[in-house]
Write a protein that binds this ligand. Structure first.
Ligand code: ZN
Length: 411
């Protein structure tokens, strides 16, 4: 009998693929290639005859076209092999709760780890599902091995059913997504796809075509240093100046006070002595205009504070980080429209979502490969409470197959 998507998933999560931001190499950790090698072996076995692992740890492969139409676009499905550095991925012991009947889920390896319905209300929609968790001592790695297992299962299904008409489909598995380097070494020419879909989202039925736009700001303050005993009327302590700027930040535009489509100004670092101080910020918003407004506000606050310190000065530096992929995707509306239709054909009510962060897809979109994000079915990413439903993973497999069919039908 063919492997189920859950069989595949269980095989992949026990391979430790944690990435490491401190490493200068790509992949950042060589153990990511352990999974890459297994995936290549499995791809070759199911008939993806050009599957290979490159020197950066990426896996490439092609499901050959079965259609005689020559105008079907080349679609890529992509997922990342690494797991987040936030929590251990060594020695993952997956547990399956079959036919979940509701209630909190106590994890077997650590008494303190409980997946609570109150904190994860999505559990109410998963009654009757088979739910996979870790034992509570590691993360599970559904982010993004659920996506990998789904693409692998869809590939096996399409190759086993050549009567299903579709164009050429590229498979790409990346390394180091969790440390922001997932697409640094992708060879888009070799990939040769017209657009792509990441399978790296959460709840079944969701398609995300928006990410934050992101800038970083550095403020360097130069104060007036002097011996504290002779400081009267002269000292301008850079530490106090930095503190005054932080104190004036709008309290309603912080990560902890915003959600949905509201952005924020978020201080991420502070260092200083009397004569100089540095403040680091990240600025997030869904629109370019929103970013600029927040940066202008931060600069105004800085100038107002500095007005009280005539001997001091500052520099204000804005650095581009990434941009909302919607700008690119709106130019090719059918990429998201077809995904919405495929989700519906796979039996779900499609939900459009925005990501309060960036993805490989947002970077790929701006590199010329438009790339929205489809659900993979996992929840509570980057934590020991991570879980995924087998039935939701099967729905993602179905979504991929329906998408492949749709692009051929509509060509
Ligand atoms: Zn992910």
């Amino acid at each position: 009998m063919a492997d189920s998507v859950t069989d595949r998933f269980l095989r992949y999560v026990v391979i430790d693929t944690q990435s490491d931001a401190k490493s200068p190499t790509q992949p950042s950790t060589m153990k990511q290639k352990d999974l890459g090698r297994l995936l290549v072996e499995e791809l070759l076995a199911i008939g993806v005859s050009d599957a290979h692992l490159d020197e950066h740890g990426y896996v490439y492969g092609t499901i050959p076209a079965t259609t005689t139409k020559n105008n079907v676009p080349v679609v890529c499905f992509t997922a990342h092999m690494d797991t987040a550095p936030d929590f251990s991925g060594t020695g993952v012991k997956p547990q399956i709760i079959r036919n979940y009947q509701g209630g909190d889920i106590q994890l077997g390896g650590d008494d303190t780890q409980v997946i609570k319905v109150a904190e994860h209300p999505v559990l109410r929609d998963l009654i009757g599902h088979d739910i996979v968790t870790s034992d509570g001592t590691t993360l599970l790695g559904a982010d993004d091995k659920a996506g990998i297992a789904e693409i692998m299962s869809a590939a096996a299904f399409l190759i086993d059913n050549p009567d299903i008409k579709h164009g050429a489909i590229r498979i790409l598995f990346t390394t180091d997504e969790e440390i922001g380097r997932g697409v640094d070494k992708v060879d888009l020419k070799k990939l040769g796809a017209d657009f792509a879909y990441t399978l790296d989202g959460e709840t079944a039925g969701t398609i995300e075509d928006e990410t934050f736009s992101a800038d970083a700001v550095e403020i360097d303050i130069k104060g007036v240093a002097i011996h504290p005993g002779f400081a009267y009327g002269k000292m301008e302590n850079a530490i106090r100046i930095a503190g005054a700027i932080i104190d004036r930040l709008p309290k309603d535009a912080a990560p902890e006070t915003t959600k949905g489509r509201d952005g924020f100004i978020h201080p991420t670092g502070i260092s200083g002595v009397m004569e100089k101080a540095n403040l680091s910020f990240i600025i997030r918003d869904f629109t370019e205009e929103g970013l600029k407004t927040k940066e202008a506000l931060l600069e105004k606050i800085t100038m107002e504070v500095l007005a009280g310190y005539p001997g001091s000065s500052f520099t204000f530096t804005v650095k581009d980080q990434y941009r909302n992929m919607k700008v690119v995707l709106d130019k090719h509306p059918e990429i998201v429209e077809f995904a919405v239709e495929a989700i519906r054909r796979a039996g779900m009510e499609p939900v459009r979502g925005s990501i309060r962060g960036g993805t490989d897809g947002s970077r790929l979109s701006f590199m010329g490969l438009p790339c929205p994000n489809i659900f993979a079915g996992g929840h509570a990413f980057h934590s020991p409470l991570e879980f995924v439903s087998s039935q939701d993973m099967e729905k993602a497999v179905k979504t991929i197959v329906e998408l492949a069919k749709l692009w051929e039908e509509r060509a």
